[in-house]
Design a protein around this ligand. Structure first.
Ligand SMILES: [Zn+2]
Length: 348
C-alpha cells in the first residue's frame, strides 16, 4: 500500500544523525589512512550512496562497484513523479554519505527536499549534466526529465557520478573512472543496436503510443514518433479529447499496438484500445514497457541497459519489426510504407 504521509524533515533527528555520521566517517577515514589502500573493500566502511530511482541506483552501481553501498529509495514499479518521501526515506537520507538524484524535476516533492538537503551533504542531480540543445523541454521552460531513454545522452551522467563517488572514496578514483569508461562503451553499443532494431519497423508504423510522455528522448534518438496519453508528468489525467485524438491517429496510420508502462496505471491506454475497436481498427496492448523504473530482481530488466533492450524487443515485435536477436539478418525498412504488418512480422 502507498505511504500517504508527506515527509517533513525532523530537523533535530537529521542533525543528530548528521553529526554522528561525521564522527563515523572521520573514524573510518583514520582507519583507512592507517591501513593503507589495498584492493580489498571493508564493507563496514563503505560510504552509503542513496539514489532516488532504480535507474540512478543502477548508474551508481555500475560505476561504484563494491566500493560503495548503493540504496535506492524507490523500488521497481514506482512512479517518481508522484512519489512522496516516507519516514524510512528520511532515515536513509539522513544516513547517506552521498545522495544521487536524477533531477530536472523528475522527483517532484522529493526533489525539493533534496535541494534543501544539498546545503548539508553532497546531493548530485546527475541528469542536469544534459544541457543545451540535448535537453528536451516538456513545456516552455520545463525540462523533460526522461533523459535515460537516449542511452547516448545518459552517458553525460557518468562523469558527475565518477566525480561524486571519488570524493567519497578518493583512493578508488581510477577504478571509478575506468568503470565509467566501460559503462559508457556498453551504453553506446546498446544505443547503436537499439537504433538498428527500431529501423526494422515499417516507417508508417513507427509510432509509440504509451501511457505517459516518457519516451520523447527515445523517439528522438531512435527515430520513432512518440505519443503519450498523459503529459510528461503522470500527475495529470488524460482528457477525452486527448484519447479521441489518439484513436484518430491509430486508425489513420493502422498502428497495430499501444503500450502500457510498469510504473503508470493503464486506464487511459485501455480506453484508447476500446475507442479504436469501436471504429473497426483492432489495436492490441503491445506489452508493458519500463519507463521511470527498472524491473524487479529476476525480471531480466534490473539494469537500464537490459530494461531498454527488453522495451525494444516488445516494441519491435508489437509494431512488426524484426527481432533484435536475429543479428545480421535484421534489415532496416526502407522509406516505402508497408500496410500489412503480418508480412514483415514474419520476415527473416
Ligand atoms: Zn515519467
Amino acid at each position: 500500500m502507498d505511504q500517504k504521509k508527506v515527509f517533513e524533515c525532523p530537523q533535530t533527528v537529521c542533525d543528530a544523525l548528521f553529526f554522528q555520521k561525521i564522527v563515523v566517517v572521520s573514524v573510518a577515514a583514520a582507519a583507512l589512512a592507517a591501513g593503507g589502500c589495498g584492493g580489498a573493500v571493508d564493507v563496514n566502511q563503505r560510504p552509503t550512496v542513496v539514489a532516488t530511482t532504480t535507474i540512478v541506483a543502477d548508474l551508481a552501481r555500475q560505476i561504484g562497484g563494491d566500493q560503495v553501498e548503493v540504496v535506492s529509495l524507490m523500488g521497481p514499479g514506482i512512479d517518481p513523479h508522484s512519489y512522496r518521501p516516507t519516514p524510512r526515506d528520511a532515515d536513509r537520507l539522513a544516513r547517506a554519505d552521498l545522495v544521487l538524484a536524477s533531477g530536472l524535476h523528475l522527483e517532484g516533492k522529493l526533489g525539493e527536499l533534496l535541494e534543501r538537503m544539498g546545503r548539508r551533504k553532497p546531493v548530485v542531480f546527475v541528469a542536469e549534466a544534459v544541457a543545451g540543445a540535448a535537453r528536451l523541454d516538456a513545456a516552455a521552460g520545463i525540462p523533460d526529465p526522461h533523459v535515460w531513454f537516449d542511452l547516448s545522452l545518459w552517458t553525460a551522467c557518468i562523469d558527475p557520478t565518477v566525480v561524486a563517488l571519488a570524493e567519497q572514496v578518493p583512493e578508488a578514483e581510477e577504478a571509478f573512472t575506468a568503470a565509467g569508461d566501460r559503462y559508457r562503451e556498453i551504453l553506446l553499443a546498446a544505443h547503436e543496436e537499439v537504433k538498428a532494431a527500431v529501423a526494422t519497423i515499417a516507417p508508417q508504423q513507427r509510432v509509440l503510443v504509451t501511457a505517459h510522455d516518457a519516451f520523447r528522448y527515445f523517439g528522438r534518438a531512435y527515430g520513432i514518433e512518440v505519443v503519450g496519453v498523459q503529459g510528461v508528468s503522470t500527475e495529470s489525467e488524460a482528457g477525452l479529447a486527448d484519447i479521441n485524438r489518439l484513436v484518430d491517429l491509430l486508425v489513420e496510420r493502422k498502428v497495430p499496438a499501444v503500450f502500457v508502462e510498469t510504473s503508470v496505471p493503464d486506464r487511459s491506454v485501455k480506453a484508447i484500445c476500446e475507442g479504436a475497436a469501436a471504429r473497426g481498427h483492432e489495436v492490441t496492448t503491445g506489452g508493458r514497457l519500463y519507463s521511470d523504473a527498472l524491473g524487479e530482481s529476476g525480471s531480466g530488466a534490473e539494469t537500464l541497459e537490459s530494461a531498454i533492450r527488453a522495451n525494444v524487443a516488445v516494441i519491435v515485435e508489437a509494431l512488426g519489426g524484426a527481432a533484435a536477436d536475429s543479428g545480421d539478418a535484421v534489415q532496416p525498412q526502407a522509406a516505402e510504407p508497408v500496410n500489412a504488418p503480418g508480412d514483415i512480422a514474419n520476415a527473416p
